[in-house]
Each structure stands twice: as structure tokens, then as C-alpha cells.
Design a binder for this molecule. Structure first.
Ligand code: ADP
Ligand code: ASP
Ligand code: MG
Length: 411
């Protein structure tokens, strides 16, 4: 059972979490709870770090950010005690969630489930701090924003849990963010593949790594509300889906405001130049999403790419450093962009979906700045101010709107 930031946002909510965990235990289950930091806490901590420079030391960032989850794991254990239950908190290094050393976006290598199962064997609830791990050298690491989802699924896989329940502030995975589009519909079941695309394209309800791990180890994930008992969304393999799902060509719409666009103007148009630029970014562990290189009209060309906003300060410093060597005139950054995407396994067998997306955006007067496609998704970069407009237009245009807002949403 994983509870996100809003679900542990104050002491009453932590009590609610404790009650739910005890009820699940009373129903005959062994319970492992994974908790996030209280809502807003991780942002507060990262804000404090930035008081000490634009690029604070990554190791210390993780030492700092991990404290948010340390607080909630201890408080949740106390709340369970107060209700007469037994519980023990465990931090990432106590479980032994071993990660690589990529601070602020570490990847889990191994998890030792024995501390957790030991706690369960004694009849107690294990309360694990999400988001954090430890590297081989004993440094505290964190798994990237939203990383508690990944802690939860990875722990579920490590201990062979029957199900990984993700309790959050919405009652499941919707066809798009219900906070942006009031006509979004709850999806009863979704495939790992589609969830993976939605997550990678910005639907922050599940962190992308958590879906990768769930898919790899076949962990059934149930996304549901921490404020009601309603059934949520089951994330599962494609063959377990209802036939009905297959009718939908586009299963969902996602948006991501966490990217920034960088344009290098007039770099040399000769072999090896882009390799040099992107090699340098990769060496610094900066992931690049979209890349556009214009056809050059002479010896120079413009290269545009997008990176996570969190990596922008480091990317800027690097481009300023290597730019002269590739003949770059200058570079411009635009961080007022959003990536809007449509996702659906049904796209594999349908033509004209991208064209329809472009015309829906054009119909709203929205200019497209960059495009990328894969077998089951199409993404467009547009100005951030059009986020709501673009998401709603695509949601309506691809027939995803709920028919009646008073009706129970159907798949
Ligand atoms: P938690 O703190 O519980 O981890 P998050 O804020 O990380 O919660 O994720 C839940 C949020 O994800 C929702 O409040 C919603 O705004 C957003 N979201 C984005 N896309 C979707 C979607 N397709 N379905 C449901 N929620 C979505
Ligand atoms: N507290 C961390 C964050 O805000 C991890 C999480 O909530 O999943 O990113
Ligand atoms: Mg989250």
C-alpha cells in the first residue's frame, strides 16, 4: 500500500492511512506501507537547497530530499501504534534498497526484502520511506520526482506481494488529467504498455520507472483513492484487458510541462557535430527527449532539443562550454512550452491519427513547434499557455469525453 503526498498531507490524513492499513491487516493480509513526504515538503526542501546556488551538490540534495519521507514513515508508524497496532518504520538504507549513484535520479539495483518480511512475520506493519535508497558506497540516493511509486512497485516485486495498491488524490487513472479536463473518464483497466507511455509523457499519477518494473515483474498495480473505497484502475498485461478497450484507438491524452526547449543557432553542418553535442549531454547524465535538426542552407544549421527543466541549468552550462568548439553562434532557451501527447495501442493499426491531432490543434489556433511519434503515441510541443485548451480539444476530438457528467464513468 503506497500513499502519496496528499494522502499523508497532515496528521489527520496520516491517521486515515494508519486506519486503512490496520483494516487491511485485519482482513488477513501482511501489510507493507510505502509513504511519500507530506504534500509540498519535497518542493520546500529543494527550494531551500536552491538558496545555496543554482546547481547545488547532487549528493547533498539527496541527503536533504530524503528527509521528507523519513518524517512520514516515522509518523505513520506512530499513528498505527496509537490505534493499537504494531508497526516499524524502515528507511531505504535499512531495508537495503540499493541503487546506482546517479543522485537525484538513481535507479534501483537490488532490494533485500528480508527486513520487511521479518517485520511482517512478527505481526507488524512495515512502514517504508519511499523515494530513497543507498548506493554501494553508503550514500543516500533518491529516485527522481514521484519516486515513491517506484519504491512501492519494486518492493512489491521483491517480496512477491499479491498486489501493489497506489493510493492517491484521484480515484484511478483517467483518460487524461481529471484536474485539467473535467470530462476525463476513469479507466477500469489499462495495459502496462499504455500506462508506460502515459507516464513517460507526463501523466504523473504513476512514475514511469514504477510501470517499467511492474511490467517486467508482472506486478498487478491498483491505482485508487485514499479517500474512498471505490475500485480504481488496474494496470495489467494487455491480454487481461476487456475487449471493449480495443475499440479505442486513442486511450488517453497526456501533457508534460517539465521540459524546456534549447536551440543552438548556426552550428557547423558537418559529420560528428551532433554526436559531440549529445555525447557531452549524455556524459553528464542529462537525458534529451526530442531533437530537431533543420536542413541547412549552407555550412551551418540550427539544432533544437528538449530536456527536463530540472536539468536545464546544467545543460545551459554545458552548451556554453562546448558551443564554441562546434561553431555555435549562440543559443536560446524556451521554458514556456508543454508537450501534449495522445496514446493508444490501437494506433498501431490505424492511419491518419497524427494528421487528426494536428488538425484538432490547428482548429484551436495552436501552433506546433515540434513533433515526435512512436508506434503507440504522437507528441507535439506547443506554447505552455495552451495546455488546457490543447488537452481538452484532443480529449473531445478523439471521442474520450464522458457522455454524462452525472453518470458513473465507464470504460
Ligand atoms: P501522489 O502525491 O499521490 O503521488 P501525484 O500528484 O504524484 O500524487 O499524482 C496524482 C495526480 O496525477 C492527480 O492529482 C492528477 O492531477 C495527475 N494526473 C495526470 N494525469 C493523470 C491521469 N491520466 N489520470 C489520473 N491522474 C492524472
Ligand atoms: N516526495 C517525492 C516527490 O515529491 C517522491 C514522491 O512523492 O513520490 O517527488
Ligand atoms: Mg506521485
Amino acid at each position: 500500500m503506497k500513499f502519496g503526498g496528499t494522502s499523508v498531507g497532515n496528521v489527520d490524513r496520516i491517521r486515515n492511512v494508519a486506519r486503512r492499513c490496520l483494516a487491511t491487516q485485519a482482513a488477513g493480509h501482511d501489510v507493507v506501507v510505502i509513504v511519500s513526504a507530506m504534500a509540498g515538503e519535497t518542493n520546500r526542501l529543494l527550494g531551500l537547497a536552491h538558496e545555496f546556488g543554482e546547481i547545488p551538490d547532487a549528493r547533498e540534495m539527496d541527503a536533504l530530499a530524503a528527509t521528507g519521507e523519513q518524517v512520514t514513515s516515522a509518523l505513520t508508524a506512530m499513528a498505527i501504534h496509537q490505534l493499537g497496532g504494531q508497526a516499524r518504520s524502515l528507511l531505504g538504507h535499512q531495508v537495503r534498497v540499493v541503487t546506482d549513484s546517479a543522485f537525484t535520479k538513481a535507479r534501483i539495483r537490488t532490494i533485500d526484502g528480508s527486513r520487511i518480511t521479518e517485520v511482517n512475520k512478527q505481526g507488524a506493519i512495515a512502514v517504508v520511506a519511499g523515494f530513497q535508497g543507498v548506493d554501494d558506497a553508503g550514500n543516500i540516493t533518491t529516485l527522481g520526482r514521484g519516486g515513491s511509486d517506484t519504491s512501492a512497485v519494486a518492493i512489491a516485486a521483491a517480496i512477491g506481494a499479491d498486489v501493489c495498491e497506489i493510493f492517491t488524490d484521484v480515484d484511478g487513472v483517467y483518460t487524461t488529467d481529471p484536474n485539467v479536463c473535467p470530462l476525463a473518464r476513469k479507466i477500469n483497466k489499462i495495459s502496462y504498455e499504455e500506462m508506460l507511455e502515459l507516464a513517460s509523457l507526463g501523466a504523473k499519477v504513476l512514475q514511469i520507472r514504477s510501470v517499467e518494473i511492474a511490467m517486467k515483474y508482472g506486478v498487478p498495480v491498483h491505482v485508487r483513492s485514499s479517500f474512498s473505497d471505490a475500485e480504481g484502475t488496474l494496470v495489467t498485461s494487455e491480454d487481461k484487458l476487456d475487449r471493449d478497450m480495443e475499440r479505442l484507438v486513442v486511450a488517453g491524452v497526456a501533457y508534460d510541462k517539465n521540459e524546456a526547449k534549447v536551440t543552438l543557432r548556426e552550428v557547423q553542418d558537418t559529420p560528428g557535430v551532433v554526436a559531440r553535442i549529445f555525447g557531452a549531454l549524455a556524459d553528464k547524465n542529462i537525458s534529451v527527449d526530442m531533437i530537431i535538426q533543420n536542413v541547412s542552407s549552407g555550412a551551418a544549421t540550427d539544432v533544437t532539443f528538449t530536456v527536463a527543466k530540472a536539468d536545464l541549468p546544467r545543460a545551459k552550462a554545458l552548451i556554453a562550454e562546448i558551443g564554441p568548439a562546434v561553431g555555435m553562434k549562440d543559443f536560446v532557451v524556451d521554458d514556456s512550452i508543454v508537450k501534449v501527447s495522445i496514446v493508444g495501442v490501437g494506433m498501431r493499426s490505424h492511419a491518419g491519427i497524427a494528421a487528426k491531432m494536428f488538425s484538432l490543434l490547428a482548429g484551436e489556433g495552436i501552433n506546433i513547434q515540434a513533433i515526435s511519434t512512436s508506434e503507440i503515441k504522437v507528441s507535439c510541443i506547443v506554447a505552455a499557455k495552451y495546455t488546457e485548451l490543447a488537452v481538452r480539444a484532443l480529449h473531445t476530438g478523439f471521442g474520450l469525453d464522458r457522455k454524462d457528467v452525472h453518470e458513473e464513468p465507464a470504460t
